[in-house]
Design a protein around this ligand. Structure first.
Ligand code: IMP
Length: 182
């Protein structure tokens, strides 16, 4: 089967296409920027964005929204990850974490899938910690400060895609689609 992924991020599309192939699902790219409503809940934001898009795109599609959550900072930057990355960046997060012992962090990805009638959500999460310095030159965003099993995502290269939050959310969506057998 074929499903459309609405995103302006080519990296996200490539990852989805690669994982889709393993599930026998063809991922079609609709390159498009869309309005993301502000809010405190990633799931609500993704769901609302998909509902707004569904008024224009009449066929089934999905979008993906993700964020970095740091419990010691009460979940910051969470749904504001994109803005925080663009403003204070990785250096800023490291400064905020200065002297904090509890360095646990997780990435959360929410996929909102419009099936032609309703919007369904699927989530993926990966747990790790905030490194004490920037390490690695691969990946994007917070990858150089997010440590998983002793390495930052930016040091892991393609291996990141085997464990990432996005991978887990995509697998949840693709398993669901395969069960529908449409
Ligand atoms: P969005 O889902 O494109 O809105 O992503 C929100 C922000 O979270 C991005 O600007 C990135 O900075 C960050 N982010 C999301 N996923 C990842 C990831 O896999 N690695 C590093 N940063 C990420």
């Amino acid at each position: 089967m074929k499903v459309t992924f609405v995103t302006s991020n080519e990296g996200k599309y490539r990852e989805a296409k690669y994982i889709g192939e393993r599930y026998g699902i063809e991922v079609e790219w609709l390159r498009k920027e869309y309005l993301e409503p502000q809010g405190n809940d990633l799931k609500e934001i993704a769901k609302k964005s998909a509902e707004i898009l569904a008024e224009k795109i009449k066929k089934p599609f999905f979008i993906e929204d993700s964020g970095l959550f740091i419990p010691a900072l009460r979940g910051f930057p969470g749904p504001y990850s994109s803005f925080v990355f663009k403003t204070i960046g990785n250096e800023g997060i490291l400064k905020l974490m200065d002297g904090i012992e509890d360095r646990r962090a997780y990435f959360l990805a929410v996929i909102a899938f419009f099936d032609g009638k309703n919007v369904l959500t699927f989530e993926g999460r990966v747990d790790g910690k905030i490194a004490t310095e920037i390490r690695g030159d691969k990946g994007f965003g917070f990858d150089p400060i997010f440590e998983y099993d002793g390495k930052t995502f930016a040091e892991m290269g393609d291996k990141k895609n085997e464990v990432s939050h996005r991978r887990r959310a995509l697998e949840a969506l693709f398993s669901y689609l395969n069960k529908l057998k449409i």
